[in-house]
Design a protein around this ligand. Structure first.
Ligand SMILES: [Zn+2]
Ligand SMILES: [Zn+2]
Length: 463
C-alpha cells in the first residue's frame, strides 16, 4: 500500500491523501489549505476561473495529477481528455479544509461519505455564492448552447440539462465498502459539525486508520472513544492521525460552554447575541439549551434554518422550536406595506419558504422584546444592529480566535461596531479538536506500527 500526502502535512487542513496499490487508487479528503491559499490570495484577489486549474497549479494549491480533474476545465486550458485514474473519494467531513476542492474533480468519481456530510455540502452549494462550489452538483462550464433565437448562449445554472448530480454514496457504520483490492469502513467521530468520521482501509498488505478531525469533549464524545476501539481491532500498520492541538494540554468541554453562556444570559437584561460556527449544530444546541433554561427563544438566521430543516431527524434541534430572523435584503421590503409577492422577490428561491412562516420574526420584535431572545449571529450580519439599536445587550464570541490577517482585521472592525452600540463582549468556546494528552492516549491505545501526523503545524511533537 502506497501513501502519498498531497496536502495537510505540516499545516492545519488542506487534507488530500492518496492511497494506492497496483490495482486501486483512492483519495481520503480533497480539501483546501487556507494557509497556502491566503499566502497568495485574499478576498479581492482570487484564483481566476478563466484559467481553470492553472492558478491553483501555479502555487501548488492543487496537485497536478492526471485523470482526476473535470473535463470542462481541462479542455478550457488546452489539455487532452484523460482516463479516470481514481476509483473513489472518501470524505471525512464537510469542513472546507477537507472538502472544498471537490469542485475541481471529475463528475464520475464516486464520493463516499455520511448522509450528514452530503446534506451539509448540498446546503453550502445551494445557499452560497462561491465561484468554485460544485460540491453536490456539477454544472458544465465554458460551454455554449443554441438559444431560441438561434444564437449562442453560455451555459449556466439556469440551464438544467447541463447540471448533473455528483455520484454520492452514503456510508453506514460497520458496513465495509469494497473498492478494488481495498475494503473501507467509515467510523463516526465527534467533531464540530454533524456527520464527521474517520476511516479504516483494509488491505492484504495491512490496514490503515485515518482519524479525520476529532475530539472527545463534544456532545458525542463517546463516538470518538468507539473509534479508538474499532481502530484498535484493525491492528493497523499505519495511523494517519490529526494533531491540530498536539501542542495544547487544555482539555475543552462543550458542557462548560453551555454553563458559561447560561450564566451570561441570566445576568443580561437586553438581547444576547452569540457568534458561533454556523455548521456546528451541536454548538447551536448548546446555545439553544442555555437560552431555554433562561426562558428565552433561540433565534437563527435563514442559512442555519435551512441546514437544520434539511438535516431533519439528524439534527438535535427541531426548526419548529426556533425563531427565524428574516433579514432586510435587496429593496428592504420586509417592513413596508407592499404585496407579499413583491416582498418575496427580495429573497433567493431557497429563502422564500421561510419568510412568512409562523415562527419567522423581524428585527422590530427583537427591538420591542429584547429580554425574550438569544440571537445566533456573525460578523457578516452585524449591520442588523443599526435596525435593532439594542440596549443592555451582550455579544458572546463562541468560535475560534482569528487565524489570518484578514480575520484579525474583521475582528477589529467588529470591536468598533460593538463599542459604537455599547455592547460588551464575552467569550465561551470549545475547540473541534482533541488536546495533546488525548491524542497521545489515543495513539497508545490504537498501537499502530507507524504514525503519520497530519493536520498539524507540529509534527515533531509526535516523536
Ligand atoms: Zn480540518
Ligand atoms: Zn474539521
Amino acid at each position: 500500500m502506497n501513501i502519498e500526502i498531497l496536502g495537510g502535512k505540516n499545516e492545519i487542513g488542506g487534507n488530500k491523501i492518496l492511497i494506492s496499490d497496483d490495482d486501486t487508487r483512492i483519495l481520503l479528503d480533497f480539501g483546501m489549505s487556507f494557509s497556502k491559499s491566503s499566502y497568495y490570495f485574499s478576498e479581492f484577489l482570487q484564483p481566476r476561473k478563466s484559467s481553470s486549474l492553472r492558478d491553483f497549479f501555479e502555487f501548488d494549491l492543487l496537485p497536478d495529477l492526471s485523470g482526476i480533474y473535470r473535463e470542462d476545465y481541462l479542455r478550457h486550458m488546452g489539455r487532452r481528455k484523460e482516463d479516470r485514474s481514481i476509483d473513489a473519494l472518501f470524505l471525512s467531513h464537510a469542513h472546507m479544509d477537507h472538502s472544498a476542492y471537490i469542485h475541481f474533480l471529475r463528475k464520475d468519481i464516486p464520493i463516499f461519505c455520511t448522509e450528514e456530510t452530503k446534506i451539509i455540502l448540498q446546503c453550502i452549494e445551494e445557499t452560497g455564492k462561491g465561484t468554485f462550489s460544485d460540491f453536490y452538483t456539477y454544472c458544465e462550464t465554458f460551454s455554449f448552447y443554441l438559444n431560441k433565437k438561434g444564437k449562442l448562449s453560455r451555459v449556466d445554472r439556469r440551464k438544467e440539462e447541463y447540471i448533473t448530480e455528483r455520484k454520492y454514496n452514503i456510508m453506514k457504520p460497520k458496513r465495509k465498502v469494497e473498492i478494488g483490492s481495498f475494503e473501507i469502513e467509515m467510523v463516526p467521530v465527534d467533531h464540530s459539525l454533524p456527520g464527521a468520521c474517520g476511516f479504516i482501509v483494509y488491505s492484504d498488505e495491512g490496514n490503515l486508520v485515518y482519524s479525520g478531525d476529532l475530539r472527545f469533549h463534544g456532545l458525542n464524545g463517546e463516538k470518538s472513544y468507539d473509534f479508538i476501539e474499532r481502530a484498535k481491532e484493525a491492528d493497523p500498520e499505519v495511523f494517519l492521525c490529526e494533531g491540530t492541538r498536539i501542542n495544547e494540554d487544555r482539555k475543552d468541554s462543550e458542557a462548560g460552554v453551555k454553563n458559561i453562556i447560561k450564566d451570561l444570559i441570566s445576568q443580561t437584561k437586553g438581547i444576547v447575541f452569540v457568534e458561533h460556527p454556523k455548521k456546528d449544530i451541536d454548538r447551536a444546541k448548546t446555545i439553544y439549551d442555555a437560552a431555554k433554561s433562561n426562558e428565552r427563544d433561540f433565534v437563527v438566521d435563514l442559512k442555519l434554518a435551512y441546514l437544520i430543516e434539511k438535516l431533519g431527524k439528524m439534527s438535535p434541534l427541531d426548526i419548529k422550536d426556533l425563531k427565524i430572523l428574516i433579514p432586510k435584503k435587496g429593496w428592504g421590503l420586509i417592513d413596508k406595506e407592499v404585496p407579499k409577492n413583491q416582498v418575496l422577490k427580495d429573497y433567493e428561491t431557497w429563502e422564500r419558504d421561510f419568510i412568512f412562516k409562523d415562527n419567522a420574526i423581524k428585527y422590530e420584535e427583537l427591538k420591542d422584546n429584547p429580554e425574550d431572545y438569544v440571537v445566533s449571529t456573525s460578523f457578516w450580519e452585524i449591520n442588523q444592529l443599526i435596525d435593532i439599536k439594542p440596549k443592555n445587550a451582550i455579544w458572546i464570541k463562541s468560535n475560534c480566535e482569528p487565524f489570518s490577517e484578514d480575520m484579525e482585521l474583521d475582528e477589529k472592525r467588529k470591536k468598533h461596531w460593538l463599542e459604537h452600540f455599547g455592547i460588551k463582549e464575552y467569550s465561551a468556546h470549545a475547540s473541534g479538536h482533541a488536546s495533546g494528552p488525548e491524542i497521545k492516549e489515543m495513539i497508545k491505545e490504537i498501537k499502530p506500527k507507524e504514525v503519520i501526523p497530519i493536520h498539524t503545524e507540529h509534527p515533531e511533537m509526535f516523536v
